[in-house]
Write a protein that binds this ligand. Sequence first.
Ligand code: AMP
Ligand code: ZN
Length: 116
Amino acid sequence: MSVDCVFCQIIGGKIPTKIIYKDNLISVFEDIDPIAPIHYLLVPNRHIPSLNEIDAEDAGLLSHLVLVAKDFAVHTGISATGYRLMINTGKDGSQTVDHLHMHLIGGRKLLGRIVS
Ligand code: AMP
Ligand code: ZN
């Protein structure tokens, strides 16, 4: 828990946000500024600043994030049409919240290989 971290505050119930899924490892909620009809954030409950702080011991956490994202894609009906999982990291990766998170984005045709 980091007191000045917005995602820690959401997970800890200090910022009212509808948590749509939570287990012992991760929480899922809607992005406040969605770029597509489906835009969820999958967030470790533990404060991890970015992918740079992940090591081999976190392999289970990372695979869990991906598997839960896939389940959400199935249950929201976008798995057939397609979707994107994204982990922005650091300044050049345009990470704006320093608590590791994975975006699940879908429900419309996303731009292809080149994304600014
Ligand atoms: P990133 O740019 O990859 O760090 O993504 C951070 C995401 O967090 C952005 O898409 C924001 O819209 C989203 N975000 C920031 N604050 C909140 C919040 N209070 N509730 C939900 N999503 C948020
Ligand atoms: Zn945090």
